[in-house]
Design a protein around this ligand. Structure first.
Ligand SMILES: NC(=O)c1ccc[n+]([C@@H]2O[C@H](COP(=O)([O-])OP(=O)(O)OC[C@H]3O[C@@H](n4cnc5c(N)ncnc54)[C@H](OP(=O)(O)O)[C@@H]3O)[C@@H](O)[C@H]2O)c1
Length: 253
């Protein structure tokens, strides 16, 4: 408790899934949180109320990461609401399952815009503010083990995540002189809205899928929170450009 007291985080996609679990864990550790939701305002309101129960400041804005000005609007609104944020979690992501030969230009563009362009320019806007204030900070990019391991019908998603993982390394190099660290968390298969059709509609198949994972189960959003607290806090002060794989061991085999 209290490992992030006095810190201010901006989290994209904080109303559901992994982003929500990270927002909750950060608030429990004393961190103020500003998060985005795309469409699910009911969930956003209830997450805001939950976060405030931990005695921290919390608020949200509705934002579509595919909009070209989304990064600027997010950082401007965060500054107006919380002041200078020193933790950024690029968590928002989207995916469709479409075979490589059937993928349209529009589908490719949307996934790339949300999963790669949005975090790219959000990181840039976040770092520019910190540098101007001569303040250190931490960026956490939520990538995926599928950035390095091919699966079918997700070439656009996997390319976006591979790009995000490389963004971590490029930005970490250029931002290190300003004390701004940039790291990746690569989750494995985790039960969220993104794959609800699998675990809600066919729990037996989902359990079977878990048996292929060395630790014997699929993940829950809360499984990702510990790595995020570590990367946000000074416990990881000498870590940048790195990747924490949280996947029950799937990528190792
Ligand atoms: N679940 C997995 O197995 C898994 C594995 C590896 C990596 N990941 C990554 O983990 C991250 C979180 O996903 P999740 O699994 O927690 O799924 P999720 O519950 O569906 O969360 C995705 C989040 O991204 C937001 N989002 C989606 N499209 C957006 C857009 N156009 N603009 C702004 N925000 C948008 C959603 O907002 P709304 O809820 O308001 O729509 C939601 O908060 C993603 O980057 C995903 O790629 C997930």
């Amino acid at each position: 408790m209290g490992r992030l007291t006095g810190r201010r985080a901006v989290i994209t996609g904080g109303a559901n899934g992994i982003g929500r679990a990270i927002a909750t864990a950060f608030a429990r550790e004393g961190c103020d949180v500003f998060f985005t939701a795309r469409a699910d305002e009911d969930a956003a309101r209830s997450v805001r109320a939950e976060l405030r129960e931990h005695g921290v400041r919390a608020d949200y804005m509705l934002l579509d990461g595919a909009d070209p000005d989304s990064a600027t609007r997010l950082l401007d609104t965060t500054a107006e609401t919380l002041g200078l944020a020193d933790i950024l979690v690029n968590n928002a992501g989207t995916a469709t399952r479409t075979g490589f030969l059937d993928l349209t230009f529009e589908e490719y563009e949307r996934v790339m815009a949300v999963n790669l362009r949005f975090p790219f320019f959000t990181t840039q806007a976040f770092a520019a503010r910190l540098r101007a204030a001569d303040t250190p900070g931490s960026v956490i990019n939520i990538s995926s083990i599928s950035a390095t391991k091919a699966i079918s019908a997700m070439a656009h998603y996997q390319s976006s995540k591979a790009g995000l993982s490389m963004l971590t390394r490029s930005a970490s190099y250029e931002l290190a002189p300003f004390g701004i660290r940039v790291n990746t968390i690569s989750p494995g298969l985790t039960a969220t809205n993104a794959n609800a059709v699998q675990w809600r509609d066919d729990p037996d198949l989902w359990r079977e899928r878990g048996k292929d994972i060395p630790l014997g189960r699929t993940g829950n959003p809360e499984d990702l929170a510990g790595a995020a607290i570590f990367l946000a806090s000074d416990e990881s002060a000498w870590m940048t450009g790195g990747d924490i794989v949280v996947d029950g061991g799937e990528a190792a085999v």
